[in-house]
Design a protein around this ligand. Sequence first.
Ligand code: ATP
Length: 241
Amino acid sequence: MARLKLEDVQLAQGGRRVLEHLTGSFPDGAITALIGANGAGKSTLIQAIMGLLPPVAGRITCSVPRERRAWLPQQLALDLSFPMSVEELVMTGTWPSHGALAGYCAPHYRKARQIMMRLGISHLAHRPLGELSGGQRQRALLGRTLMQEAELLLLDEPFANVDSETVEVLTDVLRDMADQGTTIIVVLHDLEQLGRLAGCVLLLAGGRGHWSTPQAILERYGKPQGVQTSLPPLDLRGATP
Ligand SMILES: Nc1ncnc2c1ncn2[C@@H]1O[C@H](COP(=O)(O)OP(=O)(O)OP(=O)(O)O)[C@@H](O)[C@H]1O
């Protein structure tokens, strides 16, 4: 049985209905792409899954413990001006399970070092977050979710404003996490990324959710020459793949 299920879910923002009759399961150990035009309700659904926005109707059931749920918001939504190093950020991944005041032990530091090596940011361990590039910051943030041993990971446009090498690293790490059983939901606007990363798609359009596959979406919206690579210009209102 899937760990994350939607049952006839209705969501609203500021008293206005955004999504309704959302039903289905996010497959465990797989990457589901959440796609849709601007304002379709992607962030709204993520907030609801994270328990920050209660459904107006219906039910969201998630059997992943709260301390194993992680959310990587859009980079622009993050205030990284506070004085914290890359290593310190990665280490905060222990907070949900161990508490912020418990301190760290040698195995935590060892694990953080391995994670930073995996993400290619060992040399940045003591660099303040405010001095990182977009790609370096995104690697550090993913490092925190690895430290947390996230079993449910939600990412909002993780490849926006990052370099191509970082895209490769993040893609590899996300695939490994899924292979190890993590349920991953990623908001994507890029068709190329969709084809490379996702195993399943939830398209939000016209206030409804439509489950699909990357192949079906690419056949419908991708150009044969692969020239068109982004989703935002599409008018997906009322579309069914
Ligand atoms: N706090 C809020 N109060 C009122 N309305 C909101 C609020 N947040 C979002 N909305 C509205 O809810 C709808 C869905 O917004 P949401 O941010 O979920 O869309 P999205 O698919 O994530 O868009 P984008 O791709 O632009 O990030 C939009 O019409 C938006 O204007």
